[in-house]
Design a protein around this ligand. Structure first.
Ligand code: COD
Length: 305
């Protein structure tokens, strides 16, 4: 199988979908121009079969105003946003759809529906956000977690976040992803919780308590992504300079890195929520149409077969 970490460009995600069956994707509160156009493009390219749940009149207005072709696309008319989200989540739960995508609805409304104890998509695992970036200055795609869901993960949460991401990378063909646990420094400091958690995660990995990956940390950002920086500091590491996955200490660091990569480094991004019974495409309003399109492709690539 093709290994995603030999890829340099998100456009190559398409190669992971060759010979994979078309996935059914339900767009919740579908009357959102960017989400709708990226969904229709992914459908036109043959990667998904879309189901739109939302306000039909608004959908038709957006489609005709933006030259979007919705011919043959299944639409479930539900103008109430909360109800549209509930219908979409229940369709995934009852196996009428393989992927859930957020449309014109707030992130926390969608996540709370996904976490609903009676009809949500809980699997028993912690849900976490997983993003893959295409950055000109790095020699391959790089994954980052968790930049958007878990606010201040403790050690147990970080173990679950690593496990979610590693399982996802394994599905994408990376047998032993290199995981860098970030801190502000590369030495363990009793005053910095992130460095303590990083050291524990590394030791748990060495002892096979966290499997299918190679973890090192704490690593400062420069050591994680640059072998010259690591050598300069005298760091011996099987991860430094060739990281596949960056584990963030908390949502603020993660979110600032995400936005810096996109706005300063003009990085491309694809992102999904992992740990639910199905992948969830949950991009933010500021994400480009292309980011939404690649996120749909990523979700399709990891969706159950
Ligand atoms: N995985 C699994 N279960 C969870 C998770 C999770 N990540 N988070 C909460 N739960 C469960 C809890 O165990 C509990 O049973 C129930 O859900 C409610 O838990 P609360 O009260 O702690 O959580 P909520 O409902 O107040 O909030 C959950 C959110 C995911 C909405 C919250 O963590 C959040 O707002 N995260 C940040 C999302 C965000 O704003 N991102 C934008 C950045 S771009």
């Amino acid at each position: 199988m093709l290994n995603i970490m030999v890829l340099k460009h998100l456009s190559e995600l398409k190669e992971l979908l060759v010979d994979k069956p078309t996935r059914r994707m339900v767009l919740a509160a579908a009357q959102d121009h960017n989400s709708l156009s990226s969904t229709l493009k992914a459908a036109r390219d043959g990667f998904i079969e879309p189901i739109l749940v939302g306000d039909k009149e608004a959908l038709q207005r957006i489609a005709s105003g933006n030259n979007l072709d919705m011919a043959g696309v299944r639409i479930i008319h539900e103008p109430d946003t909360d109800m549209a989200v509930e219908i979409a989540v229940k369709m995934v739960r009852s196996n009428q759809a393989d992927i859930l995508m957020k449309g014109k609805v707030g992130t926390s409304t969608l996540l709370k529906a996904v976490l609903n104890k009676e009809w949500g998509l809980r699997s028993g695992a912690l849900l976490s956000h997983f993003a893959i970036f295409e950055v000109e200055a790095y020699h391959k795609l790089i994954a980052v977690t968790d930049v958007a869901m878990n606010i201040a993960p403790n050690l147990a949460d970080k173990i679950a976040i690593v496990n979610n991401s590693v399982a996802c990378l394994n599905k994408l063909g990376v047998d032993l992803p290199k995981v860098a646990v970030l801190g502000a420094v590369e030495m363990v400091s009793e005053n910095m919780q992130a460095t303590l958690d990083a050291a524990l995660l590394s030791k748990m990995n060495q002892r096979d308590q966290i499997r299918n990956c190679l973890i090192d940390g704490p690593l400062a950002f420069d050591n994680a992504i640059s072998i010259e920086s690591a050598k300069h500091k005298g760091i011996k590491s099987g991860v430094a300079g060739d990281t596949d996955l960056l584990l963030m200490p908390d949502i603020e660091v993660g979110n600032v890195l995400y936005k810096s990569l996109v706005f300063f480094a003009h990085a491309g991004v694809a992102a999904v929520i992992l740990g639910a019974t199905a992948p969830i495409v949950l991009t933010s309003r500021s994400d480009s149409d292309q980011a939404k399109y690649y996120s749909i492709l990523l979700a399709a690539a990891i969706s159950r077969s």
